[in-house]
Design a protein around this ligand. Structure first.
Ligand SMILES: O=C(O)C(=O)C[C@]1(C(=O)O)C=C[C@@H](O)C=C1
Length: 272
């Protein structure tokens, strides 16, 4: 089975893919942008894609929410991955030798404290964490570093200069599996909903009260601009539940209180 990811082998997306689906039965379709990842699903090149959606340090990747919503994709699974950013370079290079570090934008955000303390290093955004590592190894780029997950230094024959340079050692990224169709698994205990509400006092509180009344546990609420309507927002909520029936009843009740209610996916929680 071919599954679309953003980035190449050795990236965090690749790790998330193998933790979700194993290493033997799947082949990664390596996409250089999140748009291309989504396009691979839309065009049926792949049935599924694995996409980062939020990080515990850097927050939500709002453009990825936009891509999911704009293409009516469904979230069918989620996976939380421990993220460790390790500063690597060619063997023999020291921290003082580095003039530039190339990495994924989200990875650089997660290491802002370290680079704040080493401000002589010029930060350059790249496709993912692994591609710059591969390139600096192949092109023998002295003075250039990359931030890679554990194990990727060995893959590209690079040396780890500083381990775990993320702002907080506990660092997780939540990945979602996205597809055209929703899944039909029985172990559903979490869902992602999107809705809009009238610009009236209490309208969001009313929706949240319905969730509480039906025993849903709100694990995330995210507002996202409605691009066609200036300064209006849609809300995306993740809810965990123990009874699918309670969730379905709650969704009906929420639908009566909101505008354009959509279930973006029902899946099994990635947290046990
Ligand atoms: O560059 C990678 O390794 C990725 O998989 C991308 C990505 C992201 O999109 O957030 C994934 C996890 C980390 O949070 C940093 C970067």
């Amino acid at each position: 089975m071919k599954i679309a990811i953003q980035g190449i082998k050795g990236s965090n997306h690749y790790k998330a893919l193998t933790e979700l689906f194993g290493e033997t039965d799947v082949e990664a379709l390596e996409c250089m942008t999140f748009q291309k990842l989504v396009q691979a699903i839309i065009s049926d090149e792949c049935e599924k894609g694995v996409m980062a959606i939020e990080n515990s340090i850097a927050g939500s990747i709002l453009p990825n929410y936009r891509l999911i919503l704009d293409h009516d994709l469904q979230v069918t699974a989620e996976h939380y991955l421990n993220i460790s950013h390790n500063l690597v370079a060619l063997t023999g290079q020291k921290l003082e030798d580095l003039k530039e570090v190339r990495s994924h934008q989200m990875a650089l955000h997660q290491c802002s404290h370290f680079f704040g303390n080493h401000s002589h290093i010029h930060l350059v955004e790249d496709v993912d964490t692994a591609l710059p590592a591969q390139q600096l190894a192949e092109q023998r780029l002295f003075g250039v570093g990359a931030l890679v997950p554990k194990g990727t230094a060995e893959l590209y024959n690079l040396k780890v200069i500083v381990e775990d340079v993320q702002n907080y050692s506990a660092n997780e990224t939540r990945f979602v599996v996205i597809e055209k169709l929703g899944n039909s698994i029985k172990e559903v205990n979490k869902a992602t909903l999107k809705f809009e509400i009238a610009h009236e006092s209490g309208s969001l509180a009313n929706v949240l009260n319905v969730m509480a009344d039906h025993g849903l546990n709100l694990t995330k609420i995210q507002s996202i601009p409605i691009p066609e309507e200036v300064w209006k927002y849609a809300f995306i909520v993740d809810v965990a539940f123990t009874s699918l029936e309670h969730f379905q009843d709650a969704f009906k009740a929420i639908s009566n209180l909101s505008i354009n209610p959509t279930c973006v996916g029902q899946y099994k929680s990635g947290k046990s």
